[in-house]
Design a protein around this ligand. Structure first.
Ligand SMILES: Nc1nc2c(ncn2[C@@H]2O[C@H](COP(=O)(O)OP(=O)(O)OP(=O)(O)O)[C@@H](O)[C@H]2O)c(=O)[nH]1
Ligand SMILES: [Mg+2]
Length: 198
């Protein structure tokens, strides 16, 4: 097992409806903390995280990730499109206690892959600690059949699965970059079919 110097810089964007837990997932991953109070993200913020990632062949790589946290409220649509450009990863988060946030996933996915067709996408079912869950786990299997995405169930509150989600996503982005070259060289606006081809 070898460790390479920091040579990988990635942009990750967090997408999904308002109050689903985008900021909370990022905060859990970057600071290992959680706040019960809802403080709506205004416009956009970002965080940095340097993390060691194990690739499938066993190599450890140190990746530096810039995590863009974009407000989920609809007012920021135009801003969001501009900030998605150049991302090699996205998490699209929904709240398992609010089915509408699940139904909106397809729209978020389409918006993202239109701007970043070669990025790696993870759908994140968040707030699984809540007893009033309405969207079942089976919905995740459906999403994976429909869309070309990874799927994770998380709780930013307890921390369940959050590190796992980000480290797998980053490992996939590194693998993809090794296969097709730097994702940032892909032109913005290039389109791809938003759904899996048969
Ligand atoms: N129980 C529980 N509450 C959570 C979880 N994740 C987030 N929350 C709560 O849900 C609310 C919204 O979380 P945020 O992280 O601010 O949501 P957001 O998606 O960033 O919202 P916008 O910035 O408005 O787009 C806050 O009150 C959080 O404390 C979770 O996993 N479990
Ligand atoms: Mg937020």
């Amino acid at each position: 097992m070898t460790s390479e110097p920091i040579s990988h810089m990635f942009k990750l964007v967090a997408l999904g409806d308002g109050a689903v837990g985008k900021t909370s997932c990022i905060k859990r991953f970057t600071e290992d903390s959680f706040t019960e109070n809802y403080i709506m993200t205004i416009g956009t913020t970002f965080a940095l995280k340097t993390t060691d990632v194990q690739l499938p062949e066993g190599n450890m790589i140190t990746a530096r990730v810039v995590l863009w946290d974009l407000a989920g409220q609809p007012t920021y649509n135009e801003l969001r499109r501009r900030y998605m450009a150049g991302a090699s990863m996205a998490i699209i988060v929904f709240d398992v206690t609010r089915p509408q946030t699940f139904l909106d996933l397809g729209e978020w996915y389409t918006k993202f892959v239109t701007v970043c067709p070669n990025a790696v996408v993870a759908v994140v079912a968040n707030k699984i600690d809540r007893p009033d869950r309405l969207v079942p786990e089976e919905a995740g299997a459906m999403i994976q059949n429909w869309l070309d995405v990874l799927y994770y169930e998380t709780s930013a509150k307890t921390g369940e699965n959050v590190d796992h989600l980000f480290s797998e996503l980053i490992a996939r982005a590194i693998q993809k970059q090794q296969t097709i070259g730097p994702l940032s060289s892909i032109q913005d606006g290039q389109t791809a079919p938003p759904f899996k081809l048969p």
